[in-house]
Design a protein. Sequence first.
Lengths: 492, 235
Amino acid sequence: MIKHFLNLEWKQYFRSSYWQKNLLLNILLVFFALYFVAMFLIMGFALYPILKKVYPDSDPFVVANGFLFFWFLGDLFIRFFFQKLPVMSVKPLLTLPIKRSSVVNYVLGKSATNFFNFLPLFAVIPFGIILISKGYATGPILIWMLVMLLLTLISNYLNFVFESISAETELSFLPIIAVVGGLFALNHFNIINLAELLGNAVITITENPIYILMPIALLAALYFANFKSLRQKLFLDSSLKVKATQAKSTNLEWTKRFGSVAPFMQLDIKLLTRNKRTKSSLWMLGLGLLYGLFFYPQPMYREMTFMFAFIGIFVTGIFLINFGQFIPAWDSGYYKLLMSQNIPYKDYLRSKHTLMTLSVVLLFVLSIPYVYFGWKILLAHFAAAVYNIGVNTHVILYGGSFNRKKIELDQKAAFNFQGTGAVQWIIGIPLMIIPMAIFGIVNWLVSFEVAIAVLLILGLLGIVFHHKIMDFITQKYQDSKYKMIDAFSQNT
Amino acid sequence: MIQSHNLSKSYGSNTVLNIENLDIPKGQSFGLVGNNGAGKTTFFSLLLDLIKPTTGRITSNNIVVSESEDWKPFTSSFIDESFLIGYLTPEEYFYFIGDLRGQNKADVDALVSQFEDFFNGEIIGAKKYLRDLSKGNQKKAGIVAALIGNPEVVILDEPFANLDPTTQIRLKQIIKKLADDREISVLVSSHDLMHVTEVCERIVVLEKGEVIKDIRTSEATLKELEAHFASQSSS
């Protein structure tokens, strides 16, 4: 049976248009994977000497176990965003003589072979070997490695429990944040010292191997929980069942003041608020807005004036980048309708432009508190906002005319590369690097004020020539109309 | 109203449509039948400028559809579910289409209210998004949306498929009413020979992209079509 499943998946993967068209993306992913493998290997080898140096009086093994709690939380958190339960199209299998349980077992078993489960081993094994070579008893360390593997698998299956909860409740990533944040807080404020608890538990297991039955039991319980919930979903009627989501009507009368683009703006706002994928990109707004806090609190970065423009572009343009890069793919599901309806193409694009411009203004206003870190930062953000409005909105719309990738709106967003092509990677250069370079160079050669002025002037030029530029962009979209329709009607 | 000259569409060396001459006068109710792959949807897609003709052209009201967009205000269509916007409720969808065709909410409401029977109470006020409706109900919404804004050309691809018998009968009445209006040309494709012969005054049979029959509907038409397609399967 498993042979058949593997065969089906092999074909699904290599015969999908996704693979054939996205070689570049696949290569990039391989590079990422290798990068992380290298990082973990380095960590595995370096951990012992580092711990020895930082905590000269403690046993590195005990210290390392003390950090396990954070490792586990981080692992769980990252998994939630990046790892998905392997998907199998089960519908055609349901009517064939295959046991449901074997399908479920296959799906769950396959998830254990995920890259995320191997990654920790690249750190755990070298660390264990070093410990043994430093004179720790071999037996307990081997047990310890086994426990690490079990912990990894536990977080693997625990993650799917979270995912199924999130999927059912439409709370997006609230449950995971609540649980991980809650555990972290319990520990951080010393209500329960979970880090020490987990560390001690692991050490106890290495000393009394019989206790290893506990993590094994936990793993089995999680596997069984997943098995049960998946098996339940494996009936046709659960996918055919009429979903009871109540449609909410929204009053968007205020868009009327934007004239002929109003119908499209209403459509775009509904698009953003009613679909899984777009909803998550709204969440990104908050994260983007806080992006500056990674840099500004550190005096080192406050010296690097050229970074201000980059952060400004990012903070005020997060929506522009997130939303804009998939124009017009957001509408790919009903692109044929738009193309055969009585629609002036320019209005359609202008609506997207208006929406992005509004977002930049709003985000700039919300980012004003950054003035706390210096008026120069506020000024740079203002110039970046103007540049975003004048230049980047047009650049990203222009980039969209090369967009040939369909997006399914109902799918989760994080680590969802659907709709991503070379365009999305390349567009980042003019969008972020160019303004940063211009700003940096002028700032270095002339002065801060002139650099600000240059960004402002570029932005204003874009605003002044808005209509001319839009005509040009509209023409580009018109030219690639048939190609887009064809690409959007293909299934990925 | 609609004229095609030398129209052909090929993918590589594979010609999927090749129509030398086909005129559809204003007000005609026109039926297109043919087996799978005969080129029905290709013809409609060319008419809506969704694909580019390999040779020739289609004019609608003397406008070459692939060169100007001026045919859009008087043309409306429902080809498949990709014409629906899944995250809107049917009402919002109708208003959106209305907006695009210069109809205010009252106009749209007035038009839609004529189709209460057709909707069978499952569409208006159901508080559901289009993506959550059944295939049949989605189709109903799409067909009615294609009637918004007084179009002169209405194109419906396989409108009877996926509909229950009651709805099929009601849809026939709707199309007949449209056909009686001498201002509106209705273009319908179908696999159901009985339905098309009932609603269309002219039927064109496509086979491998070519017109092989062009019939004015009469008592004998259904028999003739059945005989034709029966011989197809045996050959």
